[in-house]
Design a protein around this ligand. Structure first.
Ligand SMILES: [Fe+2]
Ligand SMILES: [Fe+2]
Length: 277
């Protein structure tokens, strides 16, 4: 490939980083300390992160939302913990940079879709939805997303979906349902990164779960001992956020700007401390 072609490719593609559920202070710490340099080193134009667990492991406040956005994140998505701190209702509308699942009832505060310009001026639509398998009852995510994707594509071909769901089957099925209609669908909520990333036949990048951004010396970001106590003795315990072995999990997706088709998807794991050689 000539240099001219390489240059053309770079001009036409946008590189997007999606970050898995940020859990508590450790999750914020690694983003505050490392995200800026990571973004630059990997030529990232747009960053989306899931913030449903960011305040003490559950929910998000306006103040913490603003701190996260100041870490060079473009859009924050959420999930079933979004209402744990109801003050966030006031932060869900003003700048469109925090969204809640689209299939909550219509009269809930906030929106499940936002369209934001990347640093280089490319319009990117981000949608968020909740799954229904092994989760609380909620409106159909397929119907809600189908309608919202049609709306988003009137403004931009680059459409991203954070599908916050428990079951891999429900997530994979959504991938096939919207293949070719959106640029990328990633799962969140389970906090464990899956190794099934791929570009589907019609051009939608897909992964069942991004993983977690927080302490990995933990059970899904929480201290091990109280979780074990609850599992073994069935006695309720307080699950504080764990602190050791902090990592950021996510994906980098490359998307053709003119068509919105995904060109590649790769898993990312960034550690707080580099491993010794
Ligand atoms: Fe969740
Ligand atoms: Fe979560």
């Amino acid at each position: 490939m000539s240099n001219l072609h390489v240059r053309d490719f770079k001009l036409m593609a946008i590189r997007i980083l999606a970050i898995g559920d940020i859990v508590g202070t450790p999750g914020r710490k690694i983003l505050r300390e490392k995200l800026g340099a990571f973004r630059e080193a990997n030529n990232i134009d747009f960053v989306v992160a899931n913030c449903e667990n960011v305040v003490s492991g559950s929910g998000v406040t306006v103040k913490i939302m603003e701190k996260l956005l100041a870490c060079d994140i473009d859009v924050l998505t959420s999930g079933d913990h979004i209402w744990r701190r109801m003050e966030i209702a006031a932060g869900l509308v003003p700048n469109g940079r925090l969204i809640r699942p689209i299939n909550y009832p219509d009269n809930c505060p906030g929106r499940g879709i936002t369209i934001i310009e990347s640093k280089k001026g490319v319009k990117v639509a981000v949608l968020n939805a909740l799954g229904r398998l092994f989760m609380s009852p909620i409106d159909c995510p397929y119907k809600a997303l189908e309608k919202a994707v049609t709306q988003a594509r009137r403004e931009t071909p680059i459409v991203l979906i954070d599908f916050h769901a428990e079951a891999t089957s429900e997530k994979i099925a959504l991938g096939w349902f919207l293949d070719g209609q959106v640029s990328c669908i990633w799962g969140t909520h389970t906090h464990v990164q899956t190794a099934d990333e791929r570009v589907l036949p019609k051009g939608t990048a897909y992964i069942s779960d991004l993983g977690m951004t927080g302490s990995f010396h933990s059970v899904l970001g929480r201290e091990v001992a109280p979780v074990l106590q609850k599992m073994i003795q069935q006695i309720p315990a307080r699950f504080d956020v764990a602190e050791g072995d902090i990592r950021m999990n996510g994906i980098i997706v490359t998307v053709e700007e003119s068509t919105g088709k995904a060109l590649s998807i790769e898993r990312v794991q960034l550690k707080e401390f580099a491993e010794a050689c």
